[in-house]
Design a binder for this molecule. Structure first.
Ligand code: LLP
Length: 508
């Protein structure tokens, strides 16, 4: 039977992932080898999350370098909810980051790992008494979210004789233009002190001996593509800070939240208009280096993001980049941590310490979710690729209609009759029609057993995974150069059942 392969993929996706002759590599390791026990002795089976330490460090350094350049005091807190794997938390700690938390167990974990309590922030619109107690006892900063949360904090502190270090979480009534499920700073959101309650909260906080207001906080939402949205929220906090400074003399922290998006769609094909424009520039250009850059983009050897980053270093690159950007679909380009840091640092008063608490932009693009094709199915209206991975490991497409790039992770030699690409829905085996990872994606027919990668799964994938359908949560691997560590083992039946007591002894 005639077999063939399409033009092989050879390009860098980011610092962690690249294609070499159609094989997807995480740093120095071919990801499919991870499943073939060639690299790991731990008998790893699909599906599995694969993380790149290098890409995580690139993300951390992007923030740190940008902060350093501003000369301002900006503390970086990693938002643990994005991914609570202790191995990841240790990387954050090694790089001097602190943490923002949303539960008492996250707090216990952070304290166990030795994070400095007075830099940790405990957030939450509904805290339990023991969580408030532990936070105040440990000297952690508590984000007060409402009047009832303030009353609760005072009650707990009075009982124990503590003084709580408090940031007031303001609802600034800003619409960040993201999916309503991840929009948190609008007046319709359940988060933050609404303007209607603010006066009473300030009165009660200033009257209580158990409350020390040391700052303000706001978090307007997540997956925000345009850093300009943070200008408004930062300005709102700064204005309020100036108004309240005399009333709360200990106040000097402005926590600006997290929420910067990542370019989930940056791997999509280069839009036709950009191609034409670049072809034109290529014809005009006499600098070989620049011509190579144009050709690399056209031949899909570098991503749009790397292209723009490199273009900036050419004398007239800035101008051309601006022109080209106008032709890009808005969802392709996302502001960088540097854009965010520059915008907020220009607004911050010099006598304040700022906190940024990103989650997604620190870990999102540092992982892939690797699955195998169980089979393909053709119907009158749809074609399906059924993977062994599902919505229980990557719930974002089903929950928010979120886009995650998907591609084959190894060469796929297909029968000639299947050579032309079809449109596929990429789905899992879960017993739900909402179980999809991507819709209307173009691939040639993948072979059964072929490895496919869902990209950008470092944030809100493992941490939002579930055991629905009694599926076990997969293993997680951390690649560091040519080394691989199992940072989470795959669950077993025993793990799933251990809270059910004597489930396997016969009843009489
Ligand atoms: N700070 C606060 C107070 C937050 O509520 C959040 C996220 C963050 C920081 C971190 O936001 P990030 O930089 O990661 O966007 N499950 C959704 C995301 C929910 C985010 C909730 N809050 C998703 O998968 O997109």
């Amino acid at each position: 039977m005639e077999t063939f392969s399409l033009q092989a993929k050879n390009y860098q996706m980011n610092d962690g992932f690249r294609y070499v002759e159609d094989h997807l590599y995480c740093e120095e390791i071919s990801v499919c080898d991870l499943l073939n026990s060639k690299v790991s002795e731990n008998n790893i089976t699909s599906p599995v999350y694969v993380y790149s330490k290098r890409q995580m460090e690139t993300n951390i350094n992007e923030y740190k370098t940008a902060i350093k350049k501003t000369g301002r005091v900006i503390q970086l807190n990693y938002s643990v909810k994005a991914n609570m794997n202790p191995a990841i938390l240790k990387i954050m700690k090694d790089h001097g980051l602190s943490l923002t938390l949303v539960s008492g167990l996250e707090l216990q974990l952070a304290l166990e790992l030795g994070f400095e309590p007075n830099t940790i922030v405990l957030n939450g619109n509904g805290k339990l008494d023991w969580e408030v107690d532990l936070a105040c006892r440990s000297g952690v900063l508590v984000n007060v979210d409402s009047m009832f949360n303030l009353r609760q904090t005072i009650r707990v502190c009075q009982m124990r004789g503590y003084v709580a270090q408090v940031l007031l979480r303001i609802n600034p009534d800003i619409n960040p233009g993201v999916h309503s499920y991840v929009s948190t700073g609008h007046h319709t959101s359940k988060f933050g002190i609404p303007s209607e309650e603010l006066y009473d909260v300030l009165e009660m906080a200033s009257a209580s001996e158990n409350i020390r207001v040391i700052g303000l906080h706001c978090h307007i939402g997540s997956t925000i593509r345009d850093a300009e949205k943070f200008r408004h929220s930062t300005q709102t906090l700064v204005d309020l800070y100036r108004e309240l400074r005399d009333r709360f003399p200990a106040m000097n922290i402005l926590n600006l939240g997290g929420g910067l998006g990542i370019p989930y769609k940056e791997q999509i094909a280069v839009p036709e208009e950009i191609k034409q424009r670049i072809n034109y520039e290529c014809d005009q250009c006499r600098e070989p280096e620049k011509v190579k850059l144009y050709q690399d983009l056209l031949n899909h050897r570098i991503t749009l993001r790397s292209f723009f980053n490199m273009l900036h270093s050419y004398p007239d690159g800035e101008k051309l980049a601006m022109k080209l950007r106008q032709h890009l679909p808005t969802e392709v380009l996302v502001s960088s941590p540097e854009d965010l840091v520059n915008i907020v640092s220009n607004i911050l008063p010099s006598d304040t310490t700022a906190i940024l608490e990103p989650g997604r932009s620190l870990v999102g693009n540092s992982a892939i979710f690797l699955s195998r094709v169980l089979g393909t199915k053709f119907t009158k209206t749809k074609n399906y690729i059924v993977l062994d991975g599902s919505m229980t490991e990557v719930i974002r497409p089903c929950l928010y209609g979120a886009y995650h790039h998907i591609d084959l992770a190894e060469p796929n030699h297909v029968n000639a009759s299947f050579q032309s690409p079809f449109l596929w829905d990429v789905v899992g085996p879960v017993c739900e029609s909402s179980d999809f990872l991507g819709k209307d994606r173009q691939f040639v027919t993948p072979n059964e057993g072929c490895c496919m990668a869902v990209f950008d799964t470092g944030a809100y994938c493992s941490s939002m995974s579930s055991n629905y359908n009694m599926r076990v949560r997969p293993a997680e691997l951390l690649v560091d150069g040519n080394k691989v560590n199992v940072i989470r083992k795959c669950e077993t039946l025993e793990n799933l059942m251990h809270c059910y007591g004597d489930w396997n002894t016969e009843t009489s």
